[in-house]
Design a protein. Structure first.
Length: 95
């Protein structure tokens, strides 16, 4: 994965370094969840050009909640994709 450098989003005078935020938060969250579920394989694909509105704190909470749900239902794999201004979190658990 490339080093964290990013486009910048300015929203209500708050600057969020998008790629760095997603890279850092997803990495720290997956490491945390690996302690709980070491049997899960995390696959991460982050596009450096996607942009989203909001604050750093808001996106940290959203990412953590989405990954928490994915870990709860995954059997062996979770795929996290940030591409074309979309966040896709896939798990191989039951529908």
């Amino acid at each position: 994965m490339a080093s964290p450098s990013s486009p910048i989003l300015v929203f209500n005078d708050i600057t969020v370094l998008l790629y760095k935020l997603f890279f850092t938060k997803i990495t720290s969250s997956t490491e945390k969840f690996k302690l709980i579920r070491p049997d899960i394989n995390f696959i991460v694909d982050i596009d450096q050009n996607s942009s989203f509105r909001g604050t750093k704190e808001m996106w940290e909470t959203i990412i953590d909640n989405l990954l928490n749900n994915a870990v709860r239902y995954a059997e062996k794999e979770i795929k996290i994709t940030v591409r074309k201004n979309q966040i896709i979190i896939y798990n191989d658990g039951p529908n």
